[in-house]
Design a binder for this molecule. Sequence first.
Ligand SMILES: N[C@@H](CCC(=O)N[C@@H](CS)C(=O)NCC(=O)O)C(=O)O
Length: 206
Amino acid sequence: MTDSAQLPRLTYFDFPGRGEAVRDALRIGHVAFEDVRVSAATFRELRAAGKLPTDTLPMLELPDGTRIGQSNTLLRWAGAQAGLTPTDPVEALEVESLLDCIEDYGARLSVSIRVEDEAVRASLRSALAASWLPHFYELLDRRLRDGEAWLAAGRLTVADLKAVHLLDKLINGSLTGLPTDALVAFPRVVAWRARVHDERRLRLGE
Ligand SMILES: N[C@@H](CCC(=O)N[C@@H](CS)C(=O)NCC(=O)O)C(=O)O
């Protein structure tokens, strides 16, 4: 039996968010890790105790006690072990750029989730739906022109995983003010989304 104290420990909430792509990459790469899922209350306790180096989740703790925050950093680390981060420098640049870009959109969404004032939230969601998110969908669409099946490097990478989990959240109806039919004008993105989920399930053995 593996001693869980000797495993990298990934801490995140019990929902996909910014943690799921990291969990996917580790599982696809058969990298043993401790999958710690915490409540909002536990998150606040960890933060108050100074246990989150960037004050945010996800957070990775290595067996030597090193703690690291930032989902893209963790995604590159997990992807490198899973063969989901290109080793070719130019392909890697494309993936890196996408990860940062997707995080920018995720950050805009996060602001609209954290804000407590209902009217401000509605206004932020309206701006997201009208202009920011169509830019995100167009960006994905551009990557898929010329028959490309994946966002970069001609194969599944951590960029596809990060993008698909954000996209799911944007269109699954869980966020008031964001339309579920936003991809009607983006059939390539719809097909890519299904492809990523199929490949993901296949690689995860689901
Ligand atoms: N850029 C950071 C953002 C991290 C972030 O905002 N995480 C959220 C959860 S998805 C969080 O910790 N929220 C709690 C808070 O900031 O109060 C990353 O990619 O890890």
